[in-house]
Design a protein around this ligand. Structure first.
Ligand SMILES: NC(=O)C1=CN([C@@H]2O[C@H](COP(=O)(O)OP(=O)(O)OC[C@H]3O[C@@H](n4cnc5c(N)ncnc54)[C@H](OP(=O)(O)O)[C@@H]3O)[C@@H](O)[C@H]2O)C=CC1
Ligand SMILES: O=C([O-])CC(=O)C(=O)O
Length: 409
């Protein structure tokens, strides 16, 4: 009997419709299973079909009761059995990615990029663990429905929930986006009172249940301070695993330099954003390059670099809010993709990327104990090192010092 038939017969016989979406059926749809077996415990139902080289083994069936709202969603309760699949495909082991604020604007772009394979690669199956709140739970179901309808082959599991202690379970990546955005006329720092609490709680939850090597990217503003709060509440996770997203600022700086130099932006490299994701950030034109040449040799207008360029990058987010009436979402999602890919692919020779990380042990003399954006390289294993061969002049040193004073105070 084909497994699909078996599943169908099985569900008809044993489940009320309310239970169906929680049935875990773990046989590849395309795979014919000749010897399906039902394994059942009080709490779980799972049908699986293990395949060895030339042999189809008996599948295990477990019945799963809905535990909580963070349980699997809809069709994702019918995921393939990856163990069996891994023996027939050269796919990597499933990774767990937790996303907070999953019903928000940024996530609405990001989740589909993650699920498409564009971020972790075409051979990397993923599980998405989506965190919402009471107020967003319905919207979160809508997001999960859209993910279902997108038929992404690499998206093997989706679960939704409102309790970070459940949603962050075994997370290997935590993309912390959920936080109130600022509106016109506000500074990002104005959000600290409202958003800081969220990151303290989520830090504690990550500390309790996430993978011990989880990589955490904090997006919700003010992201440097929120990353620090999160990190301080997660003492069992390495401090260097916490990032504040400044990649959007790096991308904005690259675009402005390219525009001024009259080149396409892929010619711009070695751009560091120093400091805070705020108007005190320092976009570094001294070390940046255009087509391999120092920017200051290509754009000879130092006044423009120090003033117009710097201010444009610092204030780009605010200007966009004035125009759109809400903050950057699509370009932020793209920059989160860039930030993740920067950590999981080797950095191109001679280049680097910016990310906000903990300053303890930094080689630049920046005050310790803060989360500050600095230049990093990665060998692609999820980790990074700070770049040592950067140059400073008085302008850059003074600007960096001012930026760090703001974060310390
Ligand atoms: N670092 C960076 O480069 C950038 C950071 N950002 C920041 O990312 C965050 C998310 O932005 P975006 O997705 O556009 O925002 P949205 O308003 O679209 O979604 C944010 C989500 O945050 C959650 N949230 C938590 N607390 C509140 C609150 N008090 N009021 C409203 N929502 C709340 C909500 O989800 P739920 O109810 O499920 O908790 C909401 O869905 C913001 O803080 C924004 O400033 C934005 C652009 C760039
Ligand atoms: O400006 C904001 O509030 C949103 C944000 O962080 C950005 O666009 O850089």
């Amino acid at each position: 009997m084909a497994v699909a038939e078996l599943n169908s017969a099985f569900t008809k016989t044993h489940f009320h419709s309310s239970q169906l979406s929680f049935l875990s059926r773990s046989v590849p749809k395309h795979q014919h299973c000749d010897f399906p077996t039902l394994h059942r415990t009080q709490q779980h139902a799972r049908i699986s079909c293990s395949v060895t080289q030339n042999q189809v083994q008996a599948p295990a069936v477990q019945i799963q009761e809905p535990k909580s709202k963070s349980d699997c969603y809809g069709v994702f309760c019918l995921t393939y059995d990856l163990k069996a699949e891994e023996e027939t495909k050269s796919w990597k082991k499933l990774i767990n990615i937790a996303v907070s604020g999953a019903a928000g604007m940024i996530s609405n772009h990001l989740l589909f990029k993650l699920a498409s394979g564009e971020v972790f690669g075409p051979d990397q199956p993923i599980a998405l663990k989506l965190l919402g709140s009471e107020r967003s739970l319905q919207a979160l179901e809508g997001v999960a429905m859209e993910l279902e309808d997108s038929l992404f082959p690499l998206l093997r599991e989706v679960s939704i929930g409102i309790d970070p202690y459940e949603v962050f379970q075994d997370a290997e990546w935590a993309l912390l986006i959920g936080a109130k955005p600022r509106g016109p006329g506000m500074e990002r720092a104005d959000l600290l009172d409202i958003n800081g609490q969220i990151f303290a709680e989520q830090g504690r939850a990550l500390n309790a249940v996430a993978s011990r090597n989880v990589k955490v990217i904090v997006v919700g503003n003010p992201c440097n301070t929120n990353a620090l709060i999160c990190m301080k509440n997660a003492p069992n996770i390495p401090a260097k695993n916490f990032h504040a997203l400044t990649r959007l600022d790096e991308n904005r700086a690259k675009c402005q330099l390219a525009l001024k130099a009259g080149v396409f932006y892929d010619k711009v490299s070695n751009v560091t954003i120093w400091g805070n994701h705020s108007t005190t950030q320092v976009p570094d034109f001294l070390n940046a390059k255009i087509d391999g040449m120092p920017v200051i040799d290509v754009i000879k207008d130092r006044k423009w670099l120090e003033e117009e360029f710097t201010e444009k990058v610092q204030k780009r987010g605010g200007v966009l809010i004035q125009k759109w009436g809400r903050s950057s979402a699509a370009s932020t999602a793209v920059s989160i993709v860039d930030a993740i890919r920067a950590l999981i692919t080797p950095t191109p020779k001679g280049d680097w990327f910016s990310t906000g990380v903990y300053t303890d042990g930094n080689p630049y003399g920046i005050a310790e104990g803060i989360v500050f954006s600095m230049p990093c390289r990665s060998n692609g294993d999820g980790d990074y090192v700070l770049v040592k061969d950067v140059i400073f002049d008085d302008y850059l040193r003074n600007r960096i010092a001012k930026a760090s004073v703001k974060l310390i105070s």
